[in-house]
Design a protein around this ligand. Structure first.
Ligand code: AMP
Length: 395
């Protein structure tokens, strides 16, 4: 694996694909700068070596170069985070970009305009990738959030830097963290899969059964498993057409000696809102007109024990409707358990969509080993796919 530390950037121009696709409010202020913070160490390493940085990213999904998707909007945030002033090129390719890149002095940072102002970016256009490649001496990919896309700047461009390409610190860390769970993690390895639907996680479950000793299936998707085994789940969310598959997964797990832990009780509600009436019931006997929206106290205790026994933990998906206070305690309790296990030496990776939101909501970011920055990229990694952005550096 070729990484940033394999290179000395003295008097070199690093062309860095970052993921600065940050959320902006209606006044175009950055509301969450996590992704910019995450790229800071990579950029500073290049500057400290005596090199310069050309930063390229996409922002949002522009259709006609709308100004709200301009990377100009984030310049001051980038400057505040890096502590250096940032030059800006109004186009990511073309004469002006080339001139500005050529003029760049050691210690300087140039930010390019939104890559997706050019359709060629998403099309993975080779000529566009080649035009971008002219701007730098060494290509660095530090954008995990787009590593699952074979776009011009994330993957195609790498061919123009045969011996001069590497991962940035962030992407390196993501790869190491996923590897710890999928191949090199200390046993027992535990995966916790929650969230709404079985259908969106099937490939992950199938792939993960090869890797783990324990599997906790929680949240909305657990009801398909419970109903498939004959339980009464009332009005809880369920995918009837996935019940056969759920039984097949349980059979496969047994064959592979993976211990599956499903909730045994739930906090059921008579409506889907914070002020609904609630009761704790056995998960196999939820009354009709009631739906399970969080795991119950016995399930929390069982999951806590499994988490404490584990040395490597992957968490993807909430155990209940954590966005509503009334149904957030199962997800929060799981976060507490993982934080405790981490403190006691376990490695914990949280990744993929809503579990990251939950971790942030409950303030667990610094109490787990690693919080992934990529949603789709993380999910595809867990499915066992080779990500184009990673393959392009490794090949
Ligand atoms: P996913 O995107 O598949 O990870 O699903 C995340 C969503 O699942 C969150 O918005 C949760 O509110 C929702 N969820 C979790 N548990 C339940 C449940 N028991 N019933 C309905 N939705 C749930």
């Amino acid at each position: 694996m070729s990484t940033l530390n394999d290179f000395n950037f003295k008097e070199k121009k690093a062309l860095i694909r970052v993921d600065f696709n940050v959320p902006l409010d209606e006044h175009l202020n950055v509301t969450d700068d996590t992704r910019i913070q995450s790229a800071k160490n990579t950029i500073l390493k290049v500057l400290e070596d005596g090199g310069s940085c050309i930063l390229m990213s996409h922002l949002g999904r522009p259709k006609a170069n709308e100004p709200e998707f301009s990377l100009k909007n984030i310049i001051t945030t980038v400057e505040d985070i890096l502590g250096v002033s940032v030059l800006f090129s109004e186009d990511c390719v073309g004469e002006n970009a080339i001139q500005m890149a050529n003029d760049l002095k050691p210690g300087q940072v140039l930010l390019l305009e939104n890559l997706r102002y050019h359709n060629e970016e998403k099309q993975g256009d080779v000529a566009f990738a080649e035009a971008l490649s002219k701007l730098g001496d060494i290509y660095v990919n530090d954008a995990f959030g787009t590593a699952h896309r074979a776009h011009a700047s994330t993957s195609i461009i790498a061919q123009f830097f045969p011996e001069r390409k590497c991962f940035g610190y962030l992407l390196e860390q993501e790869i190491i963290s996923i590897d710890k769970v999928m191949t090199s993690g200390e046993k027992p390895v535990l995966a916790i899969l929650g969230g709404a639907k079985v259908s969106s996680k099937i490939t992950i479950i199938e792939n993960i059964l090869e890797k783990v000793d324990h599997l906790i299936i929680g949240g909305g998707m657990s009801f398909t498993f419970i109903k498939a085994q004959g339980g009464s789940i009332g009005d809880s969310i369920c995918e009837d057409d996935k019940m056969e598959l759920a039984l097949e997964i349980l059979r496969l797990a047994k064959e592979k000696n993976v211990q599956v832990h499903l909730p045994v009780d739930v906090l059921a509600a008579d409506d889907f809102n914070n002020s609904a009436n609630t009761q704790v019931v056995n998960i196999t006997s939820i009354p009709s007109n009631w739906q399970g929206l969080d795991c119950g106290p016995k399930s929390k205790a069982i999951f806590h024990d499994v988490v404490q026994q584990s040395k490597t933990i992957l968490w993807n998906g909430p155990l209940g409707v954590f966005e509503l206070d009334t149904f957030s305690s199962g997800t929060k309790a799981l976060g507490d358990s993982i934080a405790e296990a981490t403190k006691n030496g376990a490695f914990s990776l949280v990744g993929g969509g809503d579990s990251v939101a939950a971790v942030k909501q409950f303030g667990f970011q610094n109490k787990v080993s690693y919080v992934s920055t990529g949603g789709g990229a993380m999910l595809e990694s867990l499915e066992g796919k080779t990500l184009p952005g990673i393959a392009a550096i490794n090949n």
